[in-house]
Design a protein around this ligand. Structure first.
Ligand SMILES: [Zn+2]
Length: 328
């Protein structure tokens, strides 16, 4: 009897070791969250760029190479979002299957560079739905025995995202048409703007690598003046200094912090793909709707300009009078 117990205990241990979960490695937190939604705890889900990190500028560590080497399945965004990933994969010697979640997405061309595409496709929830379909398919290939669970989780998740898509569309409509202008640090919202009807203006380009030019700042200042938007926005993964300075100089408020290239931490209210887009939308709509505040500020500005011109005029007249008296 004892021997049988011992044998069954040993067998149990063998089964446990055999049941090591497949390791799924995502480059960025948006995809990491999608994997968690569909796979639940059936896989060992990991992310390379930590929450709050900037995937454009990420510098992989030796630990990342170890992680990628031990991965069974790697999920990347593609469209040159993670410029460092192919080298990391090659150098790690991994045998993992690598999938690009933007497969099937219609990419937006870069305005600045011909032949280059905008990587921020997840900002449009209809693209997010393509992402999660690709994640589901990849996970089913990895664990065909879990097909039913993954399908079911996908179905629930997909319905939530469809509702989110509609929510964003309706909330943006609350902003007066001429104020549907989104001014941010870097050009991450083109897909969002295209889908939901916002004009986009960013100081930097589609990657955070390039430094902002004086001409970019002049362009943004002109947009603020023309559109009379009451607010500009900072991004959670980018230094807010420049945007804060522009806001101060132009008498507009900081509308809030937006999540672009990463989900937020647990206290941020944007700790998932779903929450980051919902929170962004609420932040944008609430700030751009702030008509009274904006109008007040502009009134104040034009009043101070008027006083300045009157003063200059008075000095001019006094100067002429003094000159005339002296000439006499
Ligand atoms: Zn970006």
């Amino acid at each position: 009897m004892r021997i049988i117990n011992l044998l069954s205990a040993m067998l149990f241990c063998v089964v446990l070791t055999a049941q090591v979960k497949p390791k799924v490695v995502s480059t960025a937190s948006m995809m990491y969250d999608m994997v968690n939604n569909i796979a639940g705890d059936a896989v060992d889900s990991r992310v390379i760029v930590p929450i709050g990190g900037d995937p454009h500028l990420y510098d992989p560590t030796p630990n990342d190479a170890i992680l990628v080497n031990s991965a069974d399945y790697i999920i990347i965004n593609g469209l040159t979002f993670e410029g460092w990933i192919l080298e990391l994969i090659a150098n790690s010697g991994t045998k993992a299957v690598v999938d690009t979640v933007t497969q099937g997405v219609t990419p937006i061309q870069s305005g600045k560079y011909s032949g280059a595409y905008d990587p921020h496709a997840w900002m449009d929830v209809s693209n997010g739905l393509i992402y999660i379909k690709n994640v589901r398919d990849g996970l089913i290939k990895l664990m065909p025995e879990n097909k039913d669970i993954f399908e079911k989780n996908y179905q629930i998740y997909s319905e939530r995202l469809q509702a989110l898509d509609l929510y964003i569309e309706n909330r943006i409509k609350e902003i007066p048409v001429q104020k549907r202008v989104l001014i941010t640090s870097h050009d991450a919202f083109a897909y969002y703007g295209k889908r939901y009807g916002l004009r986009l203006e960013a100081i930097q380009g589609m990657s955070t690598e390039a430094e902002a030019q004086t001409s970019d700042i002049i362009r943004i200042v002109n947009v603020i003046k023309e559109s009379r938007v009451p607010a500009v926005f900072i991004e959670s993964t980018i230094s807010p200094k420049l945007i804060q300075q522009i806001a101060k100089d132009n008498n507009v408020v900081i509308g809030g912090e937006l999540f672009a290239d990463s989900i937020g931490d647990e206290e941020s209210g944007g700790n998932s793909y779903y929450d980051m887009l919902k929170k962004n939308t609420d932040t944008i709509v609430d700030a751009l709707k702030g008509e009274k505040q904006g109008a007040l500020k502009y009134k104040h500005e034009s009043k101070s300009n008027w006083m300045l011109y009157t003063l200059i005029g008075l000095f001019f007249i006094v100067g002429i009078i003094v000159m005339v008296i002296k000439l006499k």
